[in-house]
Write a protein that binds this ligand. Structure first.
Ligand code: SF4
Ligand code: SF4
Length: 319
């Protein structure tokens, strides 16, 4: 039976812990994602490797047989400023992530939320975007909970745009709390995201080739481009890529020069400039830059940052 009192309490607690929104769906709603991943793999066969590498995305019920509901919470990254000189080089989704160890206050909020669930007697697992802490396909859980919609560039959008970080949990209670997002779909004729994609990874509406995406190439792909891909395909990006989100009219209204300062980022800005980054020691990169990459670059992958910074400098001078 749906415990509507608990559902409301969970929502209120999530918001008081710093999330912008929170929805709860029955665990059975996650079943259709298996079908979705099969469709994706059929549309872009090269993506199969990628989906397998990022984890058991569709296996939520196999991994958590006791779970009855999934909670998905959103956090809007636009509450922070993002220095103009880092735009076009570093992905905002990584460098402004509340999960970065450089930002201690939000993880405390997340911990508070998890502690409260435990105190309330609710069994809960999850809380991360990747690895064993991720419960699965969070964007799709967010759509099912009515937190937002997926646009043609494959990103989840809430009323505030696509620069959102999601956190998901499974719980052992039957709860449901859905929202109705007040969002128009993409205009039929709009293809600004596709046109802005530097590598051509965005093949069409809702169709992206993960292994050609600059976000993958500059992180998990260790800076190597696939055979035949032009050196300029990664433009000036060093870590991640926001091109298809920045080009979107539903993000353009936001001014990244306003908002709270993200801890330590302003002080680091000059050190992150591509020519300077190239000369940084491994120790410096490990200590000061890797912690901002939201687990997309590991401490032993500092060379990835240099490879991408070198290409960024080349592509900047060629433009
Ligand atoms: S993140 Fe960059 S490379 Fe990937 S699909 Fe979007 S624009 Fe293309
Ligand atoms: S750029 Fe246009 S097509 Fe692409 S996601 Fe935004 S509104 Fe949709």
């Amino acid at each position: 039976m749906n415990d509507s009192v608990l559902a409301k309490e969970i929502y209120d607690k999530a918001v008081s812990c710093g999330f912008d929104n929170c929805g709860i769906i029955p665990i059975d709603d996650m079943d259709r994602f298996e079908e979705y991943f099969q469709e994706r793999k059929k549309a872009v066969p090269s993506s199969a490797f990628f989906y397998e590498a990022v984890g058991d995305l569709a296996g939520i019920k196999r991994r958590f047989p006791w779970a009855k509901s999934a909670i998905v919470c959103s956090f809007w990254l636009g509450r922070y400023q993002f220095p103009a000189s880092l735009q076009g080089r570093y992905a905002k989704g990584f460098f402004l992530s509340p999960g970065n160890e450089t930002r201690r206050d939000f993880p405390d909020g997340r911990e508070q939320f998890e502690t409260w669930l435990a105190q309330r007697g609710v069994r809960c697992e999850g809380g991360g975007q990747f690895g064993h802490l991720s419960i699965g396909p969070l964007r799709h859980a967010a759509v099912a909970a009515g937190i937002g919609i997926i646009r043609k560039n494959n990103f989840l959008y809430t009323e505030k745009g696509s620069f959102i970080e999601l956190t998901g949990y499974v719980i052992d209670r039957e709860c449901e709390l859905r929202h109705t997002p007040n969002l128009k779909p993409c205009a039929e004729q709009c293809n600004l995201c596709q046109k802005s994609c530097p590598s051509g990874a965005l093949k069409g509406p809702y169709t992206m080739s993960p292994l050609e995406c600059v976000s993958f190439l500059t992180t998990f792909g260790k800076g190597a481009l696939p055979p035949g891909m032009d050196d300029k395909a990664s433009a000036t990006w060093i870590c991640g890529c926001d091109a298809c989100q920045d080009a979107c009219p539903y993000n353009r209204r936001h001014d990244w020069s306003v908002g709270e300062a993200y801890p330590g980022l302003e002080e680091l800005e000059s050190e992150l400039q591509p020519k300077k980054l190239l000369r940084q020691s491994d120790e410096f990169l490990r200590k000061n830059v890797v912690p901002y990459t939201s687990c997309h670059v590991t401490p032993d992958e500092t060379e990835t940052l240099r490879v991408c910074a070198e290409r960024s400098v080349r592509n900047q001078s060629a433009s």
